[in-house]
Design a protein around this ligand. Structure first.
Ligand code: HEC
Length: 128
């Protein structure tokens, strides 16, 4: 290797490390990560309990278990989900979830549990 080429090589190495350092510095900037959508958060964190009705968790598909809870307003459901309630841990165990992500998960949950129930058919009456 000539003296000249080794100088070129060192300059290149120095430049490359500057570039990667700069890239590192850019990556290290706090970035606002895109929010996970409600269904994704539900699937990853909430379904473990609400899918099966674990530890008394109202099961997603069990309308009667949800009925008394749905009488509360949405703000209460959000607050309970963020703070935790009974056996349910704070944020349903998703410590990295933002309030918005937990609310989105509650909204997703509500689209399933709060589906309007079909209007019951006219009750059969005993002949008079
Ligand atoms: C470790 C199990 C567990 C996980 C994980 C969990 N929950 Fe729960 N959840 C429960 C239990 C148990 C209850 C019933 C608590 C009670 O009323 O005593 C509950 C209740 C709720 C309620 C009703 C609250 C009320 O005011 O009646 C909502 C809404 C809810 N969970 C949403 C979520 C969401 C959203 C997630 C995911 C981010 C989640 N849960 C994750 C166990 C869990």
């Amino acid at each position: 290797m000539t003296r000249y080429s080794s100088i070129i090589l060192s300059v290149t190495l120095v430049l490359t490390s500057f570039v990667s350092l700069a890239a590192f510095a850019v990556n290290a900037q706090p970035t606002t990560k895109p929010a996970r959508d409600g269904q994704a958060v539900y699937g990853r964190y909430c379904a473990a309990c609400h899918g099966r009705g674990m530890r008394g968790a109202p099961k997603l598909t069990d309308a009667s278990a949800w009925a008394p809870r749905l009488e509360q307003d949405k703000a209460t459901l959000y607050a309970h989900s963020i703070q935790g309630i009974g056996w349910m841990p704070t944020r349903g165990g998703c410590s990295t979830c933002t309030d918005e992500e937990i609310k989105a998960a509650v909204d997703y949950l509500l689209t399933i549990v709060a589906r309007p129930t079909p209007v019951p058919a006219e009750p059969i009456r005993a002949p008079q």
